[in-house]
Design a protein around this ligand. Structure first.
Ligand SMILES: [Zn+2]
Ligand SMILES: [Zn+2]
Length: 388
């Protein structure tokens, strides 16, 4: 069974909503316009309950099936926030906000789930309850965690929860998923080095924090290559090196920032332990104070076995069996849908975005051609899980 006919009819509407969201990107929890638009539409569609302000600016819509709310309850989740990136495109609906853009396709995720809500309120061809979840702050703020902490699962009686994200480079009309670990834990590294500032021509009177920062960057690369089991996965990337304001001054302090990624708890513990030792002892070896702040971020995203199999079977209904890859390798990106999967069984699926620029790239754009597949996946998921 391919794309749902009624969903195909809604394609133009959903595309218009997506482009409106694209033109008005908002960051983290500051998604007032987006959340307002979502809540308004959910009310217009006739959701039985619309709750705003969950997890600060999250929105939830409750849709009962034809047979009332006695059956199971399934949660479907989209994310609403954009990124602090200047959009490099001349799309007619390009970002109207300088320095902000929808570079991760959350505009598409929100629009596709709105489309599903429209269809589900209209047809109600299921027994039980569908809960549509629109979360803020996926891009680093932990909006998913905030919504779970705010009682999302218990309050709405959610038994299973599903998420979806677009995947550039994967053909349109295809899906990808895997059981078990699918995305990494992401921890934030901040390294503060204090030495002794000096004239650049008289380095022997100072303790050079720039040199020490460089040594630390080199030293910590040995953690992945020499401490982690080669058959396991980890990444350590230093992405910021903040030092100095002049070409003839050795700065007193330097700050490095970066990220550590892992797929297993023992690897995560080892990263934290070894990074502390290397940062602090390398600093000490040069007579400086170097301090690592290791902040644990999003946990590993783990797909539950049964729900993954179910999600793959629904995707196969939409796209065809040969268009659903069920053995994608895990990736070292992170997703805060992991908090929802730690709270309830469920599965996270990739949907092909075709040949677009990569996620978080200034030329990225969500493909509107993915909409019928994504929205059909959502509605069939509900109708299959909760048969009327
Ligand atoms: Zn992203
Ligand atoms: Zn994203």
């Amino acid at each position: 069974m391919p794309v749902v006919n009624r969903v195909a009819d809604l394609h133009n509407d959903i595309t218009a909503w997506r482009r409106d969201l694209h033109a008005h990107p908002e960051l983290l929890f500051d998604v007032q316009r987006t959340a307002g638009t979502v809540a308004e539409k959910l009310k217009d569609f006739g959701c039985d309950e619309v709750v705003t302000g969950l997890g600060r600016t999250g929105v939830v819509g409750v849709i009962h099936g034809r047979k009332g709310s006695t059956g199971k309850t399934i949660g479907l989740r989209a994310d609403m926030d954009a990124l602090p990136i200047e959009e490099a495109s001349d799309l007619p609906y390009k970002s109207t906000v300088p320095g902000k853009m929808h570079a991760c396709g959350h505009d598409g995720h929100t629009a596709m789930l709105l489309g599903a809500a429209r269809y589900l309120t209209e047809t109600r061809n299921f027994a039980g309850t569908a809960v549509v979840i629109f979360q803020p702050a996926e891009e680093g703020g932990g909006g998913g965690r905030e919504m779970v902490d705010d009682g999302l699962m218990d309050r709405f009686g959610i038994g299973e929860v599903y998420g979806m994200h677009n995947y550039p480079g994967m053909p349109l009309g295809t899906f990808g998923i895997r059981p078990g670990r699918m995305m990494a834990a992401a921890d934030a590294l901040t390294i503060d080095i204090e030495g002794v500032g000096a004239h650049a021509a008289r380095p022997h009177f100072g303790i050079d924090t720039v040199l020490i920062g460089a040594q630390i960057i080199n030293a910590i690369q040995s953690v992945v290559s020499r401490n982690i089991d080669p058959l396991k996965s980890a990444v350590v990337s230093i992405c910021m090196f903040r030092a100095g304001n002049a070409d003839n001054v050795i700065p007193q302090t330097v700050q490095l920032r970066g990220t550590a990624r892992s797929l297993a708890p023992d690897v995560r513990d080892l990263l934290e332990k070894r990074l502390h030792v290397l940062v602090e002892s390398t600093g000490a070896a040069y007579g400086a104070k170097a301090k690592l702040t290791y902040k644990r971020g999003y946990p590993v995203l783990v797909n539950h076995e049964n729900q993954t199999e179910f999600a793959a079977s629904v995707a196969s209904q939409i796209a065809g069996q040969d268009k659903v890859d069920t053995s994608l390798p895990p990736m070292m990106g992170a997703e805060d849908f992991s908090y929802m999967l730690n709270a309830r069984p469920g599965a996270f699926i990739w949907i092909g975005n075709g040949d677009s620029a990569g996620l978080h790239h200034p030329s990225y754009n969500f493909s509107d051609d993915a909409i019928p597949f994504g929205t059909s996946y959502w509605v069939r998921l509900v109708e299959t899980a909760l048969p009327a």
